[in-house]
Design a protein around this ligand. Structure first.
Ligand SMILES: C[S@@+](CC[C@H](N)C(=O)[O-])C[C@H]1O[C@@H](n2cnc3c(N)ncnc32)[C@H](O)[C@@H]1O
Length: 204
């Protein structure tokens, strides 16, 4: 694909995205049965269809997209299929392996690495001085493996557990690009994007 072009959002692309979403839900059912029924795990999938709506609305040629905590990689692969240059960072290596299999299956160019989306040296302190990270785990930062830093991305997406949004906004202010878009799936089900102090929401 030429860097100044986005794939046409035609029937073929819609069908491929729908198949990917279905496959993502099947993988989630298996993961829930085999892993999550035995021990707690932070992976719960976003509402793929709603995030897709936001990705379609925000896409422009040449945008670089990063999924924080990419799990099985469905969202980052959707972004790649829509024409973003897409990446994912996920702490759980077994989940990264699943995303690499989906990359192969869907002929995607998305790149995934095992590691933390927290850049080296970043520390979080909330207004009350509380530095707890909730379900966000610790590990070596994934950015060096990508050869990119957080401020190289135009759109950064995450599905935070409730209470973790403030840290994500702080991280973008501290280390993100000035004009970048932070896209969050909220536990309410809405998807919100924040850019230069402006909020957009899906469904509108
Ligand atoms: C709520 S799930 C979101 C999954 C996926 N992004 C989506 O929207 O469907 C959060 C994911 O973040 C991962 N995670 C937690 N802490 C992380 C960290 N510091 N760096 C990278 N991934 C992390 C978890 O393993 C989990 O897969």
């Amino acid at each position: 694909m030429a860097p100044d072009d986005c794939p046409t959002f035609d029937t073929a692309l819609r069908t491929k995205l729908a198949e990917l979403s279905d496959e993502g839900w099947k993988i989630w059912s298996r993961f829930d049965r085999e892993i999550r029924s035995r021990r707690w795990h932070p992976f719960v999938p976003a509402d793929f269809e709603r995030v897709l709506q936001a990705l379609v609305a925000l896409r422009r040629p040449g945008l670089r997209f990063l999924e924080w905590g990419s799990a099985t990689g469905v969202i980052a692969i959707m972004a790649d299929l829509l024409g973003y240059e897409a990446y994912g960072i996920e702490l759980d290596e077994d989940l990264v392996a699943i995303s690499l299999e989906l990359v192969r299956q869907y002929g995607s160019g998305a790149r995934f690495v095992a590691g933390s989306f927290l850049p080296t040296g970043y520390t979080w302190r909330g207004h009350d001085g509380d530095g707890r990270l909730g379900t966000v785990g610790e590990g070596s930062s994934g950015y060096p493996k990508l050869g990119l830093s957080l401020d190289d991305f135009d759109v950064v997406y995450a599905y935070p557990w409730s209470g973790e949004e403030a840290m994500m906004h702080d991280l973008m202010r501290a280390r993100g690009a000035r004009d970048a878009n932070l896209l969050l799936q909220r536990s309410s089900g809405d998807v919100e994007s924040f850019r230069n102090g402006k909020l957009r929401r899906w469904p509108a």
